[in-house]
Design a protein. Structure first.
Length: 159
């Protein structure tokens, strides 16, 4: 068994036993027993436009885990945010691009949750989403932003 699978199995046991994602109404686990392919969910942060929503993310690993981070982290719930690319739900954050082998799955889920908690975009937002980042800086404008979600669906974004 590879080091990556062993580590991912340990993290799954820890998440189940500790309830480490319970504080955000979250859960995480492998999809269909594939420890390289995970799905997680959490409840949107209070006092944000996402409050009360249920959010799903999906991420994949390779056999280099934990020395290398997730191959991709995708938001599976359509989410208007400067760090989330509408076309495919790709989540952009330095936690993933500057991966350390001490990072973990709980950290991945909490990072995405924290992105939705912040009032301004974090490092690494997509260049093509500069308009979203500009709107996001003004919370009132952001909360009242009209956005055509059909634009996402027409670009092939699927849940």
């Amino acid at each position: 068994m590879s080091k990556g699978i062993t580590k991912l199995q340990e993290e799954r046991k820890f998440i189940k036993k500790s309830g480490s994602l319970a504080n955000i109404g979250g859960t995480a686990g492998p999809i269909n027993g594939d420890y390289y392919h995970w799905k997680a969910s959490f409840v949107g942060p209070n006092n944000t436009p996402y409050s009360g929503g249920l959010f799903y993310i999906e991420f994949k690993f390779n056999d280099q885990y934990p020395d290398s981070g997730p191959i991709d982290v995708q938001m599976r719930t359509p989410t208007y945010h400067p760090n989330i690319w509408c076309a495919n739900g790709h989540v952009c954050d330095t936690y993933f691009s500057e991966w350390k082998n001490t990072n973990n799955i709980v950290g991945i889920v909490n990072t995405v949750f924290d992105l939705l908690s912040e009032e301004s975009p974090t490092n690494g937002y997509h260049d093509h989403d500069k308009n979203k980042a500009a709107n996001f800086k003004n919370q009132y404008a952001y909360e009242n932003q009209t956005f055509d979600w059909n634009n996402c669906w027409n670009k092939g974004w699927t849940e």
